[in-house]
Write a protein that binds this ligand. Structure first.
Ligand code: NDP
Length: 332
């Protein structure tokens, strides 16, 4: 059968543009024993994909020119040559940006759509929820009464980090890019305070005012000047889970900032980078906890859903201009 795919046409310099992507037709072979044919339903776009568009060595290999991009996808089994998957099953896995694709059994995980909507397995019950859970709980180690600051607070990871910190009894401050987002964080998601970094002239002062006892845990999703301002307010023995640096992903030169090491040294601060796959062996524990909190109404989630396979590149680019609240997803 013929299907459609989106390939990397060229490598971007700075912010990607639509010409870096190309949609083309692709001929799928017949499925073999143990394989299934899947129809894509929901496709995840994630900031780390920007790094994979560069030809640079990293923790995941770069996307190849003229080959489809790939990422987390929720699919429905359309045809099966497997005893373990039947037509109609909903599954999640790492697949190419194709409308239809073939997968082997071991590449598929069934999802329980009675527990949560299918798309949640790309967000709160998927990679971004697990990132929030393990980064905060195992590196941030928040204690009741402490102050937790999270940047990128209205995004897929940040919105979960803030709520988990509230469950732990912390004072939670979110940083996000619009008044609409900061209002949502405090009114709908239980954050104590939220700061709009786009309209705040002095971030250092604003963070000091929101965190009078200093910042005990800083969950860093964005890096750059926002993080410089938070770290100026860091408390003694603070922990900084270093999760993302989205403000720097499109930089064409090595960005310079204040030297932070003296501050970390003199305040005995722990800053630890992590990649969610470091915690792979413990994913079942994380999913179980997140699902339980969802069931108990202690956690809420939100998504920005774009429609149409051809809009995958635009949705990815939208992450860099803050077009999403919660998880950015493309529904086919
Ligand atoms: P988000 O859903 O948070 O989407 C990205 C958000 O980043 C945008 O909505 C925008 O919100 C904000 N943003 C974009 N550009 C800038 C900028 N220049 N300065 C400040 N904020 C900016 O993405 P995720 O929740 O999926 O990911 C959040 C971070 O976590 C990313 O850096 C990502 O790479 C990282 N990550 C790391 C993982 C790991 O294993 N370490 C796993 C998953 C994610 P706003 O409107 O507020 O600006």
């Amino acid at each position: 059968m013929t299907t459609e795919q989106i390939v990397l046409a060229s490598r971007p310099k700075g912010l990607p543009v639509s010409d870096n992507f190309r949609m083309q037709q692709f001929e799928l072979p017949a499925i073999k024993a143990g394989e299934v044919l899947l129809k894509g339903l929901y496709y995840s776009v994630d900031p780390y994909m920007r790094g994979r568009m560069n030809d640079a060595k990293s923790y995941t290999p770069p996307f190849e020119i003229d080959k489809p991009l790939n990422g987390s996808v929720i699919g429905k089994v359309a045809e099966s040559n497997s005893d373990n998957f039947k037509t109609g099953d909903a599954v999640v896995g790492h697949f190419p940006w194709q409308k239809d694709f073939i997968a082997t059994e071991k590449e598929l995980t069934k999802i329980d759509t009675n527990l949560a909507p299918a798309s949640y397995y790309l967000g709160i019950l998927g990679m971004t929820g697990l990132t929030a859970y393990f980064g905060l709980m195992h590196i941030g180690k928040p204690k009741a009464g402490e102050t937790v600051v999270v940047s990128g607070a209205a995004g897929a990871v940040g919105i979960v980090v803030g709520q988990i910190a509230k469950i732990q009894g912390c004072h939670v401050v979110g940083i996000a890019g619009s008044d609409e987002k900061t209002k949502l964080l405090t009114t709908e998601f239980g954050f104590d305070e939220a700061i709009n970094y786009n309209t705040t002239a002095d971030m250092n002062k604003a963070i000091a005012a929101a965190c009078p006892k200093g910042v005990d845990v800083y969950f860093d999703n964005v890096g750059g000047e926002i993080s410089d301002a938070v770290i100026k307010n860091i408390a003694f023995h603070a922990r900084i889970p270093l999760c993302g640096q989205i403000s720097l992903y499109n930089s064409t030169e090595i960005p310079m900032g204040p030297r932070l090491q003296p501050m970390l040294l003199t305040r005995s601060v722990l800053m630890q980078g992590f990649i969610i796959s470091n915690f792979q062996a413990r994913f079942p524990e994380g999913i179980q906890q997140l699902a339980q909190w969802l069931k108990d109404d202690k956690l809420k989630f939100t998504e920005t859903i774009e429609h149409g396979f051809e809009n995958l590149p635009q949705a990815l680019l939208g992450l860099f201009s803050g077009e999403n609240t919660g998880k950015m997803i493309v529904e086919i």
